[in-house]
Design a protein around this ligand. Sequence first.
Ligand code: ADP
Ligand code: MG
Length: 672
Amino acid sequence: MARKQFKTESKKLLDMMINSIYTHKEVFLRELISNASDACDKLHFRSLTDDRVKLNRDDYEIRIEADKEGRTITISDNGCGMTAEELEKNLGTIAKSGSYEFKQEHPDSDEIFRDEKAEDAEKTEAGADGAQEEAAADADEKGDAEAARTPQVDVIGQFGVGFYSAFMVSDCITVVSRAYDEQQGTVWQSRGVEGYTIDPCEKESNGTTITLHLKADTPDENYSEFLDEWKIRELVKKYSDYIHYPIRMMVTRSRKKEGTPDDKPEYEEYKEDETLNSMIPIWKKATSEVTDEEYAQFYESKFYDYEAPLKVIRQKSEGTSEFVALLFIPSRAPYNYYSREYEKGLQLYSSGVLIMDKCKDLLPDYFSFVRGLVDSSDLSLNLSREFLQHDRQLRVIARAVEKKIGAELKKMQADDREKYEKFFDAFGTQLKYGLYTDFGSHKEALQDLVMWKSSHEEKPVTLKEYVSRMKEDQKSIYYVPGESIDAMKRLPQVEAVLAKGFEVLYLTEDVDEFAIKMLREYDGKTFLNVTQDELDLATDEEKEAAKTENESSADLLKFMQESVGSELKSVRFTNTLTGHPACLASEGELSVNMEKTLNKMPGSEADAPKAELVLEINLKHPIADRLKALYGKDDDTLAKYTRILYAQARLISGLSVGNAAEIGDLVCQLML
Ligand code: ADP
Ligand code: MG
């Protein structure tokens, strides 16, 4: 018997491997199945150029067997197998990947087989770049028969440690293998870091059989569960459903014993071969071959939703980076969507094998509501498959996916407004946060997706629609922040703008105004908060008149400001208001509404920033003359009136009145 030591560096690696690299022990099954699939791929690859290989594509299979009494689980394949030297080389040195070498020696192995398999009847030319991408969206729907093909040989293994993950669950591993050309088999056995033995043995046919002797259960770890049929089925479904060779297992079923009466049936157990995996991923099928119901079912079971998705997006890209994406926009926001608990991400597959359940890097935050998966054949995997080595490829994919989502949403907005409004109801707030975060750098991606209700029919409108309706003499996009549209409509400044026939956007969400501030402008038009910024409604003459009035009444206005105190920055006359005597405006960056929002945030009371408030008095209202008349004659009454007007303006703006009792008394005095 040949007893050998692992290479020293391998020992360390093996130790690390067993104890820390993988987060879930159950992935051992995925790794061994992937290796078996790789081995079938390799032999199949060879058969195409070597007549001596007699196997057809349909002859390959992967088998799983569990023996409860013996506590073993066996994974076997009829792939290329390994010679004694190969066993030694591949399993004796950790991080030496035979699959990687195979790929290096046959760089075109993926290419050659692309034409062979036609089950996937689609082709779209779309790299990471946008223009092609959009064309791809249409082509996707058609399902071009001349078609993209799944690479026949996509060798999954790339790094050479996957095999060792089996040590996480087993204390002894036996590998019996026979290379296709050899008559002699070889048995390799190891109990972990101490080393391994390697010996000749009998094996009937080519392929590899790996037997794991499971560790004893501990209070924390239930290794026995890997012996259960249902567990194995679940793991295969979860991680290896789309391996393109059948993964079979003899399963136990029960049936009614023949001849036993229907009212007193007896049952017997029998064994039956079951194929555990579905082999062709739904995302690799042509869109024309999959019904809406099938997509919905897949979505609901995979992503735990009980409602069909609002939209299914299928993306296939070839060129710069090859990948298929199957994306879903849910019909409603999950209950925890707008909380910290919610985790964004797409499932990531490498050639049909699940690598990561929630790959965050594939989705920008503002599209975090998208569920789904990406399957790529050219990801370089590192040690554990759970972390990707080169995130460059991932970034390329992420960018393409993001563009596709944006394009699809725009399409929905244009073609199916009702659906888009439903979408926006659920996830619009997230898009607005997207506008606001990262200093507005996602403006391009988002500015045409967001909507606000406007005075035009009080329905959500896009900025594009707003601008297209702007009047010739309208310079800005008018908006007003507030709590309810009813209240906003009655604001003095809003009335004034509406009276001129201009459209106003009603901003009802906290995030709205912050998002607009980040946008700065749209299509060259600036935004104007009608309750804050100086309204440009007046004619030149009116403006001139107001200016003169303000200058000549400077002392009066100063007196009025002082009679309220420092919370009021200034008082001015205006002639843009319609009926109301006075209203509140503000100066500077912070609007009244933003102040309200910031004050709502927990822990911000003391040092929360304040808006610089301005009290505007309507020159066209008789109260203006009354105030002027009082100044210098009855300053006491003037001060009282000012305080009442200021309180009134605050109330109209939806602000509270701090000295309500005092104001109440003042009003009462005037009544007597
Ligand atoms: P990787 O799959 O990333 O190459 P592994 O540790 O999973 O790394 O496997 C190491 C090597 O062992 C593989 O590259 C392959 O050459 C060989 N190997 C593993 N399992 C099998 C198998 N079932 N049949 C043939 N070769 C195998
Ligand atoms: Mg492997």
